[in-house]
Design a protein around this ligand. Structure first.
Ligand SMILES: Cc1cc2nc3c(=O)[nH]c(=O)nc-3n(C[C@H](O)[C@H](O)[C@H](O)COP(=O)(O)OP(=O)(O)OC[C@H]3O[C@@H](n4cnc5c(N)ncnc54)[C@H](O)[C@@H]3O)c2cc1C
Length: 310
């Protein structure tokens, strides 16, 4: 069995930042990722809101974070999925198809996955007009016509944000009313460039090199129509990748996000969580990095200064 001071599950922005700090604190660190390292930000065509970089592709930013973690001495095993964890004792056991690792502390940073609609054209135009992040991609559609899909708080917040950028924002929702907070709904309805289409579903996203139009279905009348738009923002929710942690006894909120305190500590001693998988409200690279750093330094205190433990 391999022994490590810290094992970090997930090599995204949170996990890689944590790795830089645990290694620099003198902790023997292993970072495991089921895919190539870098995480979700690698999917973003351009990132323009990460301090220090006016404009950088998501791929380049994730590569820089990965090479930084490697350069300081973190060991990264990519394409090695964590399948089970036993976090109940001082020695934490992390299982993968390759072996079982032992660690004194664990940082869980597995991110989340956005829900897709599952219609024709969605995968094809991802990054070419199909987006899952209004704050990230909205500014690329200044003065253009955009469509938001969804009826919850996130869809409404994205609609509000886009209404300040796009010439026209269409919102489609498959029901007759939003599930969002009332104040948000009234903010949206007061916008002159927002058009809400109830009982409407998307059937296909069409275009050439970029999104150009969508086919819509009125689910009450069965009538179909084509709407010309330059972008589709899918806002039907995200789900945290927290199943393994939950199965190992880590507490989550009602949506499955891992509950952490201000020290990124979970309910289990020596188990920390950081980034999009946690119940922290903002899901961005900057916040994931900050949480990763906090988790790393708290893991250091947990291992090296046990007298600090609660
Ligand atoms: C299209 C898009 C554009 C975005 N643009 C921006 C932007 O411009 N600016 C911004 O600040 N934010 C942006 N975001 C949000 C940003 O990407 C996330 O907030 C950030 O990546 C979260 O980092 P994380 O480390 O928590 O999770 P992730 O980056 O998702 O990393 C989690 C890692 O865990 C791994 N993993 C999961 N389960 C396992 C397992 N069982 N075993 C091993 N490994 C596992 C995954 O493979 C993944 O690499 C964007 C998001 C998307 C989807």
């Amino acid at each position: 069995m391999e022994n490590w001071d810290v094992i970090i599950v997930g090599a995204g922005s949170a996990g890689l930042s944590a790795g830089v700090y645990t290694v620099r604190s003198g902790l023997k660190t292993l970072i495991l990722d089921e895919k190539l390292p870098g995480g979700t930000i690698a999917d973003a065509s351009i990132v323009v809101n990460y301090p220090g970089f006016h404009e950088i592709s998501g791929g380049e930013l994730s590569e820089k974070m990965t090479s930084h973690a490697r350069k300081v001495g973190a060991t990264i095993h990519d394409l090695e999925v964590v399948t089970e964890m036993d976090l109940s004792t001082e020695k934490k056991l992390i299982k993968t198809p390759r072996t079982t690792y032992e660690a004194k502390a664990v940082i869980y940073s597995t991110g989340s996955h956005y829900r897709e609609i599952g219609v024709k054209g969605e995968k094809e135009f991802k990054g070419k007009g199909v987006s899952y992040c209004g704050v990230c991609d909205g500014p690329f559609f200044k003065g253009k016509k955009v469509l938001v899909v969804g009826g919850g708080n996130t869809a409404c917040i994205t609609t509000l944000y886009l209404s300040g950028l796009a010439s026209q924002v269409f919102v489609i929702h498959r029901r007759r009313a939003f599930r969002a907070e009332e104040s948000l709904v009234s903010d949206i309805t007061s916008k002159s460039n927002v058009t809400i289409m109830w009982n409407t579903e998307i059937q296909e996203i069409k275009g050439d090199k970029q999104v150009r139009a969508v086919d819509l279905l009125d689910n009450l009348t069965g009538k179909t129509s084509e709407l010309q738009v330059d972008a589709v923002f899918v806002q039907i929710g995200e789900a945290p990748n927290s199943q393994l942690a939950k199965a190992a006894g880590v507490e989550t909120d009602e949506h499955g996000y891992i509950k952490v305190d201000g020290h990124q500590q979970t309910n289990m001693p020596g188990v920390f969580a950081a980034g999009d998988v946690t119940d922290q409200p903002v899901k961005q690279v900057g916040t994931a990095v900050g949480q990763g750093i906090t988790a790393a330094l708290e893991a250091y205190s947990f291992i090296r200064r046990p007298y600090y433990r609660k």
